[in-house]
Ligand binder design. Structure first.
Ligand SMILES: [Ca+2]
Ligand SMILES: [Ca+2]
Ligand SMILES: [Ca+2]
Length: 383
């Protein structure tokens, strides 16, 4: 026993030394493979969920998410103050309210603010879009813009993007041009009633006013034969746009958690007309593929990340795949931070350079003891 254990340790050590040598890049620095760390620790028995992440021109990481830490589901904001590669730890600013609802009109856990999208402009302006579920069982998309300071958030005006008897959810915020800001989202009331379909609202005055939302037919399943939801859209250049979304069966009872969910990827040359193909396609259509998101590596290549029960853990792990290798999924997929028996979901990955090192930061949600969704992050150098 003792002998065997010693040999095992020796093999493990030499393997990790090999990994460190073969992938350390030109600077001789060790790979960073940091642990899961909580974004905040003052609501660990509550719900912190739906993180949105952006990196600004200075390399500062911005995070907006919802938390019920003060008794209602509000949006909160932090930004990074330091990133230490040795400990793979990030220092964060104190959390500040982005929104602050009252418990009478927005009783948790159903009513409240959800699923922020975050866009930081070149001048540092922070743009947030999200959806708010009210007591009339309507859900509306809202928008705000500020300078990212606590005083800026406190003074920011919440601008309705949608209103009325609608159920609009899961926005994605994209700047197409200086005078062209768009919000894509899914709605179950704007196309075929009861079917989630993707719509777009547009602002030509930097978010002050928004056009009436219109369906984006080429992002939706023909004939509303499936739900289409969780759109995420990015502009790569004047003639290059990418998108990801989730689809699931009409008539299924599970809403976005339905086991028929699958991830799709879309491309477009004008950001209006899309070509969409499936990334996941499990033969029995019973593998949850949940909340896909785009991210971009240091060379600008498009990747997809989402949560799946199809890679060995029925509690779900996060996978990522290069968009260009999506046809080879699942062979082309990699697991990010797998942990058997623990549910991880809603990954957001950003690529940044710290002290000359190319690093990734993934911010995501881990369901911890008691069923609490908690936002955490990890710093690493290899996908
Ligand atoms: Ca499916
Ligand atoms: Ca699936
Ligand atoms: Ca897991």
């Amino acid at each position: 026993m003792h002998h065997g254990r010693t040999r095992k340790v020796a093999v493990a050590l030499s393997l990790s030394a090999l990994v460190a040598c073969s992938h350390s890049g030109g600077h001789g620095a060790a790979e960073v493979d940091g642990p899961f760390r909580f974004l905040t620790t003052d609501n660990l028995a509550g719900q912190d969920d739906d993180p949105a992440v952006a990196v600004d021109a200075n390399g500062t990481i911005h995070v907006v998410w919802f938390s019920d830490r003060d008794g209602t589901k509000d949006l909160w904001y932090v930004h990074s103050t330091a990133l230490d590669l040795k400990s793979a730890a990030i220092g964060w600013s104190p959390p500040v309210h982005v929104t602050d609802l009252d418990a009478v009109n927005f009783p948790p856990p159903t009513q409240g603010d959800n699923y922020p999208a975050l866009l930081v402009d070149a001048d540092g302006s922070v743009n947030v879009a999200w959806h708010r579920w009210n007591l009339s069982n309507e859900s509306h998309v809202l928008f705000l813009r500020c300078d990212g300071t606590p005083a800026g958030f406190a003074a920011a005006t919440e601008i309705p993007v949608t209103s009325g008897a609608h159920f609009d959810r899961f926005p994605s915020l994209v700047r197409y041009a200086a005078d062209d800001l768009r919000v894509y989202f899914g709605s179950s009331t704007r196309g075929t009633p009861g079917v989630n379909e993707i719509v777009m609202a547009q602002s030509s005055d930097d978010g002050a006013t928004w056009s009436a939302p219109v369906l984006v037919p080429t992002l939706n399943a023909a004939g509303a034969s499936e739900h289409s939801q969780f759109p995420s859209v990015a502009r790569l250049g004047a003639n290059s746009f990418v998108a990801t979304l989730d689809r699931w069966a009409v008539g299924a009872g599970g809403d976005a958690l339905d086991p028929t969910t699958d991830v799709f990827f879309g491309t477009s040359s004008d950001g209006e007309t899309w070509t969409v193909d499936p990334v996941t396609n499990d033969p029995n259509d019973d593998v949850n593929d949940f909340v896909p998101e785009l991210f971009f590596d240091h060379d600008g290549a498009t990747h997809l990340a989402w949560s799946t029960v199809g890679m060995g853990d029925p509690a779900a792990d996060i996978v990522e795949v290069l968009a260009s290798e999506r046809a080879q999924y699942p062979a082309s997929a990699k697991l990010l931070s797998p942990l058997p028996g623990i549910t991880d979901h809603s990954p957001r990955v950003v690529a940044l350079t710290v002290g000359g090192r190319r690093v990734y930061v993934m911010v995501w949600v881990r369901i911890v003891a008691g069923g609490a969704n908690q936002v955490g992050y990890r710093v690493f150098t290899r996908l």
